[in-house]
Design a binder for this molecule. Structure first.
Ligand code: PGA
Length: 234
């Protein structure tokens, strides 16, 4: 019973999230910790493949992902859009054009995420479907490093729109209005289907779902096709 009490007041919360969730999860933790002082939080930020490995080993209480794996068996709750957009340097010749056919990406110098990245998987699937061959110049395991490489003129890439809107760096990049983009996806919070959540994990899940309304207000005006057009018109 002493352990239970301690568990409620001081519980541990283990989170593992995909790379793009780092733009909002740390910010949510502050208010949550004020509500539950004394809890210990660990937050692992990594790609989809590593998250899936952690799931297989039951290493965490909750996960944030955008491409749920078929295994293991999960309970998943969608909470916010997470579209993938084509990012180019401001000086790129396709900037300002609308409805660019996807075939225009053939032979484009491209910066690709590492194997194991869900972003990479989604991009490769779309490119394969349309038989597009981009020229992969560089593989990088970080969205931030890819942004630097784009800004440095190494090529274009496809990344979550959150990688630019959340940090106010939209100004350095252009989103190309390529047909079949954005690739529509969502963030999900998930846990192993057979797992009994701790009080703290349950509270965080509820808190995240509540807060997602505020997150939506913060992010959604900048997301989606309409705003894409507005941004391109600027
Ligand atoms: P990734 O996931 O880090 O595995 O590419 C990011 C995302 O899907 O938003």
């Amino acid at each position: 019973a002493v352990a239970d009490l301690k568990g409620m007041k001081q519980g541990q919360l283990r989170l593992a999230v995909i790379t793009t969730a780092k733009y909002f999860v740390p910010r949510l933790l502050g208010p949550f910790c004020h509500r539950y002082p004394g809890i210990d939080i660990s937050l692992k930020v990594t790609n989809h493949q590593h998250i899936q490995e952690r799931m297989a080993n039951n290493e965490d209480d909750l996960y944030i992902i955008s491409q749920p794996p078929e295994q293991p068996d999960l309970k998943i709750y969608p909470f916010l859009e997470n579209p993938l957009v084509v990012l180019a340097p401001k000086s790129h010749p396709l900037v300002g054009q609308s409805k660019i056919p996807i075939t225009a990406l053939n032979d484009e110098p491209f910066i690709m995420r590492e194997p194991g990245s869900g972003t990479r998987q989604a991009v490769q699937k779309l490119l394969e479907t349309h038989k597009i061959d981009v020229k992969v110049r560089l593989e990088l395991g970080s969205n931030e490093a890819i942004k630097q490489a784009i800004a440095g003129g190494l090529g274009i890439s496809v990344l979550s729109q959150h990688t630019i809107i959340s940090e106010g760096t939209t100004g350095e990049f252009a989103i190309l209005d390529v047909e079949n983009f954005p690739i529509e996806r969502h963030w999900y919070v998930a846990h192993l289907a057979g797992k009994q959540l701790s009080v703290v994990a349950e509270s965080f899940l509820e808190y995240l779902m509540e807060e997602s309304h505020e997150l939506a207000e913060k992010f959604l005006p900048n997301l989606g096709r309409d705003s894409l057009k507005q941004q391109l018109a600027k």
